[in-house]
Design a protein around this ligand. Structure first.
Ligand SMILES: [Zn+2]
Length: 61
């Protein structure tokens, strides 16, 4: 199952949100979530519109 990732606003790196595509449907959800970033250890907020799944990212690369 694909992990949902977003971009760390501090480092610009892709970081996992801790959610998976089975947990949240990004195309149907309009909420915001927060998570502790595994790169910079700060808490970031992310929304469905700025997140993506790793599978999508791989295809786009
Ligand atoms: Zn971060």
């Amino acid at each position: 199952m694909a992990r949902i990732v977003t971009t760390c606003p501090t480092t610009g790196e892709s970081v996992p949100t801790g959610y998976r595509s089975a947990d949240i449907d990004l195309e149907q959800s309009s909420g915001a979530w927060s998570f502790r970033c595994s790169v910079c250890q700060q808490v970031h907020a992310w929304t469905a519109s700025e997140a993506r799944t790793e599978a999508t990212e791989r295809f786009a690369a």
